[in-house]
Design a protein around this ligand. Structure first.
Ligand code: CTP
Length: 393
């Protein structure tokens, strides 16, 4: 059994640590709780003890514990340390290497992987001091999950919310590479592609990358090693995932081919079907009274089709998406056959899916069509990841 040490620091989001502990135990981890003085203001040791099923730590100066070098044992006897929520103060102390309470001492004494899930006011998160501290910790190998954008307790909206407990669990499993997909390599494409017209202009589309990024996170959450090849998006890198940034369809194809072999490929990117046939080396100038320039297009390579026909390098499972507005299943079946992939997730985009949080999909495979309820993109991703794990077992 993998053992987690859960450090809870002072943030109103501390209550979510209880939910995380519950989920982690249900997923087969043992969890030991450690409350900082601030953390103990928001949740009680009793609540944490009841949910983790073990005693909760907090005192660096406990005579009983320290007779057996308690802080060293806590630092070493766990497979990973999760700091959730991590306050700006605790992050600053970690970056500075302070050790003035049990949490900071354990964090300084550990040689185990550490995952930090920040939670704080958006202005505190954006502060250069916090950002510099985060950068310092990242460079030292500390992993981060979140924060997320959303409504804060204040009330205020911005980047600073603790990641939701299921996403935190995914990040832990990604970091430890445990789960049904451990030892597997998953390749995921996400986001739009930008096709250059000249050095400053491009053809693009409205894909946000949310669905593809969520799939990468969910696969990593089941223990897979994930390579995410992403077009330009405004999303944070999913924790524990190797991200390769590209712009054009041709760059995306090259990055995918270089990432092979893979056990599974999920093509969630909205790849531009066409690109300007020529990219001019200098900016096209507007010439007075001249007619507007015409752009002739050339066809882009189809990445999904290329991966599906990659011969001995073909991933065992190749999955594509189909954005449809009508005859969803019929079109998806035709697309599956034409591209040679194994599964198609057909989404009905008539209902405003691009950029939205939810997705309505139908899974089309050799076995037929299976309609999924309208779900959050993160839930679609988890369901898909679970199906992939089943198929690769
Ligand atoms: N795809 C790809 N490379 C392309 C075009 C599409 O990998 N050059 C993948 C997408 O990632 C997605 C699927 O193919 O998995 C979508 O196929 P596409 O033919 O683009 O279909 P739609 O976008 O659904 O649109 P259309 O119906 O116009 O074909």
């Amino acid at each position: 059994m993998q053992r987690l040490l859960l450090i809870v620091s002072g943030s109103v989001a501390a209550y979510k640590a209880l939910e995380f502990a519950r989920l982690a135990r249900r997923a087969g981890f043992s969890v030991t709780g450690l409350l900082t003085a601030g953390g103990a203001r928001f949740i009680t040791p009793l609540a944490l003890a009841a949910i983790t099923g073990s005693r909760v730590h907090g005192d660096l100066w406990s005579v009983e514990e320290e007779a057996q070098a308690g802080h060293i044992r806590l630092a070493r006897d766990h497979e990973a340390i999760v700091v959730a929520p991590a306050s700006a103060d605790l992050i600053a102390k970690m970056a500075a290497g302070l050790a003035d309470d049990l949490a900071t001492t354990v964090l300084l004494a550990t040689n185990r992987p550490v995952l930090v899930a920040p939670a704080m006011n958006p202005t505190m998160w954006a502060h250069p001091a916090t950002q510099a501290n985060v950068e310092t910790l990242r460079r030292r190998g500390v992993a981060f999950a979140g924060p997320e954008e959303g409504e804060m307790a204040e009330p205020e909206i911005g980047l600073g919310r603790l990641v939701e407990p299921p996403a935190l669990l995914e990040a832990v499993r990604a970091m430890l590479a445990v789960g049904p997909l451990a030892g597997r390599h998953a390749l995921v494409t996400s986001g739009p592609t930008f096709e250059a017209i000249d050095p400053v202009r491009f053809l693009g589309n409205r894909s946000s990358g949310r669905q593809g990024h969520a799939i990468a996170a969910a696969l990593a959450g089941l223990g897979a090693r994930v390579t995410l090849v992403s077009g330009p998006v405004c999303l944070p890198d999913p924790p524990g995932v190797r991200v390769i940034r590209v712009e054009s369809a041709r760059e995306m194809l090259a990055a995918c081919e270089a990432a092979l072999p893979a056990d599974v490929a999920v093509c969630a990117a909205a790849v531009a079907d066409w690109r300007p046939a020529t990219e001019t080396a200098t900016k096209i100038k507007k010439v007075a009274a001249a007619p507007p320039p015409t752009i002739s297009l050339a066809e882009n390579p189809d990445i999904l089709a290329a991966l599906s026909s990659a011969g001995s390098r073909r991933p065992r499972l190749v999955i594509g998406f189909a954005a449809e507005t009508e005859n969803v299943v019929a079109h998806a079946k035709e697309k599956r056959a034409r591209k040679g992939c194994d599964w198609i997730l057909a989404n009905d985009v008539s209902a405003g899916v691009f950029g939205a949080e939810e997705n309505a999909v139908t899974l089309v495979s050799e076995a037929g069509a299976e309609v999924w309820p309208r779900l959050a993109k993160t839930e679609v991703a988890r369901r898909l990841a679970a199906r992939i794990a089943e198929a690769l077992r």
